[in-house]
Design a protein around this ligand. Structure first.
Ligand SMILES: [Zn+2]
Length: 162
């Protein structure tokens, strides 16, 4: 199990380039006019002090993905259990997203879609959130989790079935 987990970590830590991430170094501070995240000290964060008037403005990659409807990850929940526990699973998903986005403003849920089969598909702006949510669901609801990461596409597919 530990082995499994470290392999997953390595997969995600491999140096890959998010095509939505600007190759130019952003000026500091830069404000995203869409979501209000602030690029400062080399990373996007939620501003803790008033944003200076002279801050540069550039839409962050999460907001650009949302505008393009181009997610970086998906989590697909399948199985009969899902329809019977939909509300719980959605609440857990939202809770994990709040925890993650508090620290990483660019890690967000794009959509939660109820499939005709009774399953749920969750899409995200980043490659980390599907795994975080999937692991939280596995901890709370057991079931079987699977991962498929495609570095060339910068896309992670996480599946959970019960
Ligand atoms: Zn933004």
């Amino acid at each position: 199990m530990t082995d499994h987990k470290s392999r997953r970590d390595r997969l995600l830590q491999e140096h890959v380039h998010d095509p939505y991430k600007t190759r130019m170094k952003l000026a500091e501070p830069t404000l995203c006019p869409e979501c209000g995240a602030l690029y400062r000290h080399g990373r996007w964060q939620w501003p803790t002090v008033p944003v200076p008037e002279e801050a540069h403005r550039e839409t962050c990659q999460a907001c650009r993905r949302i505008a393009d409807q181009c997610p970086a990850g998906s989590l697909v929940l399948e199985g009969e259990y899902v329809a019977a526990h939909k509300d719980e699973l959605i609440a857990l998903t939202r809770h994990q997203q709040e925890l993650e986005s508090g620290e990483h403003p660019l890690h967000r849920i794009m959509a939660i879609t109820e499939e005709p089969t009774g399953g749920l598909t969750i899409t995200t702006t980043d490659i980390h959130l599907p795994r975080r949510i999937g692991e939280a669901i596995e901890r709370a609801h057991r079931g079987a989790l699977s991962f498929h990461y495609e570095p060339e596409e910068y896309f992670i597919r996480v599946g959970w079935k019960r």
